[in-house]
Design a protein around this ligand. Structure first.
Ligand code: ZN
Ligand code: ZN
Length: 170
C-alpha cells in the first residue's frame, strides 16, 4: 500500500488525496494469527507539512475474525478507524527524537505496516458474538448458546438442594 508523493514533495502545504484497498491474509495479535474477513481499505490524504515531514490522515475500514470472549466462536469484528501518522523523509536528515515519526526515502511511502499497527492499537477490549452470549459451561465446556447441559440445572435446582439436606440429616 504505497502512496506516491512526487507531486507534493517540493511544495510545503500541498496535499494529495488517495484511496487504497489491499487484500491482507492475516495479522498477529497477542501471538495469535488473526485472519481478515475483508480487504483493508484506507482513504484520506497525505500532506507536505515541511522539513521533510508528510502527514497521512484518513480512515481505515476492514474486518477480522476473532474469538468471542465468552464462547470462543469466531466472530466478525469490524474496524472503522480515524488515524493520522507522520512520515519523515530520510534525505532531509533531521535529527528526530520523535518516536512517532516513521522514516522513508524516495517518492513513495509504504503505509501498510503502520495501518496494521493502527488496527492492533484500536482492538476492542472484549469481542462478543452477540451482546447476550451465554458462553461456555465452566464444568463441561458445552457452548450454552447451542445446548443446555445438565451441570447448571443440578447446581441451581432448589428442590435438589432440599433433597440433599434431607439426606444429610439421615
Ligand atoms: Zn459468544
Ligand atoms: Zn455443563
Amino acid at each position: 500500500m504505497k502512496l506516491n508523493i512526487e507531486k507534493i514533495k517540493q511544495f510545503v502545504g500541498k496535499s494529495v488525496d488517495f484511496e487504497s484497498t489491499e487484500h491482507v491474509k492475516s495479522l498477529k495479535h497477542l501471538d495469535e494469527e488473526v485472519f481478515f474477513a475483508d480487504n483493508v481499505c484506507v482513504s484520506g490524504n497525505v500532506k507536505n507539512i515541511g522539513t521533510g515531514l508528510f502527514e497521512v490522515t484518513g480512515k481505515i475500514k476492514t474486518a477480522v475474525y476473532y474469538s468471542c470472549y465468552r464462547c470462543l466462536e469466531k466472530t466478525r469484528v469490524s474496524f472503522n478507524i480515524d488515524f493520522s501518522i507522520k512520515f519523515s523523509d530520510l534525505s532531509f536528515n533531521i535529527e528526530s527524537k520523535n518516536e512517532d515519526v516513521i522514516r522513508f526515502s524516495g517518492d513513495e511511502i509504504e503505509i501498510l505496516p503502520q495501518i496494521i499497527n493502527e488496527i492492533i492499537l484500536n482492538w476492542p477490549a472484549q469481542v462478543l458474538c452477540k451482546p447476550d452470549c451465554k458462553g461456555l459451561c465452566q464444568k463441561c465446556g458445552a457452548n450454552l448458546n447451542i445446548t443446555e447441559c445438565d451441570c447448571k440445572r443440578i447446581q441451581i435446582d432448589p428442590r435438589f438442594a432440599v433433597l440433599k439436606k434431607l439426606k444429610d440429616v439421615e
